[in-house]
Design a protein around this ligand. Structure first.
Ligand code: SAH
Ligand code: SF4
Length: 355
């Protein structure tokens, strides 16, 4: 382990085997040092601020049937809702007035012209209403290249599409046969081509997932040259087919694996934005702070109206309320009123403008 820690301290590029060792470690003292180094790398490459995005989960209507997700189409045990455009715009502008510089609009996946133009006009209204100053990230699943372009033109500048796992084989096991890994990957590439700061991520601790798979995921993020990461532990949802494949869900273990994955990504990818996902918070009331201590630099407080939160449950025990954000103890300040772009993306832009 000494050699691994030396490599980390000296910023020597880690190998896949090193990443596996980071993910496998259970020694608390070593983990403490790994997390400390991840925070150092975060400060060096992404600054000492934590940026916030207000998360609006505006609809749980979804055409897909991912085997792990509580709002999958076949789950009949939930009430479906879609917020009206007026309410989304109102909430967005309220967030703006409360110093949120950036928003994430997330929802189930619908591919239709009606939906595409609903999002397009809503994004445009938020953009205009905030004098162009509110940053907008979309997380609305797989769409056609044309739709991604329209939403970008309307003013969205970031897009999150988790690959869920970079192993095509494992992807096949956690989705129905008509969900397609290749299409998801193509979509991720189209998002980047359309000009978005591009985010992806995986679920951590899925049934059947190995440490090798997770190390491969990190190499995948590098290969795809992604700008932002949103990853979180997999959490069982009882009304889903995947729940039946989980024998004894170990919260503590899932949390630790999630934190180690954040640290490994920070150490390896350095200048990307990494979110401390809401799933961490569902496993531990300090999950988000722990994520920041492991090297994350983005948090996404849920600002959806509480009346909708019970219906937007991707997994068991989704947290319903956001307590105050406190990161001062780990030496970080919150970048209120700032977009907090991915430094990785900015560097690329800088290079392009020199060409
Ligand atoms: N429908 C869009 C966005 C909403 S779902 C999409 O799928 O891209 C957002 C993310 O929630 C998914 O990418 C998935 O990684 C995560 N998610 C779903 N079910 C989960 C579960 N049971 N545990 C942890 N994360 C889950
Ligand atoms: Fe729909 Fe996203 Fe859930 Fe899959 S993960 S069922 S696409 S909301």
């Amino acid at each position: 382990m000494r050699d691994l820690l030396d490599k980390i301290r000296n910023d020597v590029k880690l190998s896949a085997a090193d990443l596996r060792r980071v993910l496998e470690t259970e020694d608390e003292k070593i983990l403490e040092q790994i997390f400390r180094e991840a925070r150092r790398v975060k400060r060096e490459y992404a600054g000492n601020k934590i940026y916030i995005r207000g998360l609006i989960e505006f609809s749980n209507i979804c055409a897909k049937d991912c085997l792990y997700c509580g709002i999958r189409k076949s789950n009949k045990n939930i009430n479906r809702f879609k917020m009206a455009a007026d309410d989304i715009v109102k909430l967005a502008l309220q967030a703006y007035e409360n110093n949120y510089a950036s928003l994430v609009l997330q929802g189930g996946e619908i591919e239709s012209e009606e939906y595409a133009s609903f999002i397009e006009s809503t994004v445009r209204r938020i953009k205009t209403g905030s004098g162009g100053r509110l940053g907008i990230t979309l997380s609305l699943g797989e769409q056609s290249p044309e739709v991604y372009r329209r939403w970008f033109a309307a003013g969205a500048h970031r897009y999150l599409l988790r690959i869920e796992t970079s192993s095509e084989e494992l992807y096949g096991k956690i989705h129905p046969a008509n969900h397609n890994f290749r299409r998801r990957l193509d979509c991720l590439r189209e998002i980047k081509k359309a000009g978005y700061q591009t985010g992806t991520g995986v679920m951590i601790g899925l049934p059947g997932q190995t440490i090798e798979d997770l190390a491969e995921d990190i190499l995948f993020f590098e290969r795809e040259d992604i700008d932002m990461l949103g990853m979180g532990p997999y959490i069982v949802h009882d009304d889903t087919p995947l729940a039946k494949r989980v024998a004894g869900f170990d919260k503590e273990k899932q949390l630790m694996l999630g934190l180690k994955m954040i640290a490994a990504c920070r150490l390896y990818l350095k200048d990307v934005n990494i979110a401390a996902a809401t799933a961490l918070q569902a496993l531990n009331h300090r999950g988000r702070e722990l994520g920041v201590q492991a090297g994350a630099n983005i948090v996404m407080p849920n600002i959806t109206d509480p009346q909708y939160r019970a219906a937007y449950r991707l997994y068991n025990n989704k947290p319903c309320f956001d307590e105050k954000l406190r990161f001062e103890e780990s030496g970080e300040t919150i970048g209120y009123g700032e977009w907090g772009d991915s430094p990785h993306f900015r560097k690329k832009q800088g290079r392009n403008s020199l060409k």
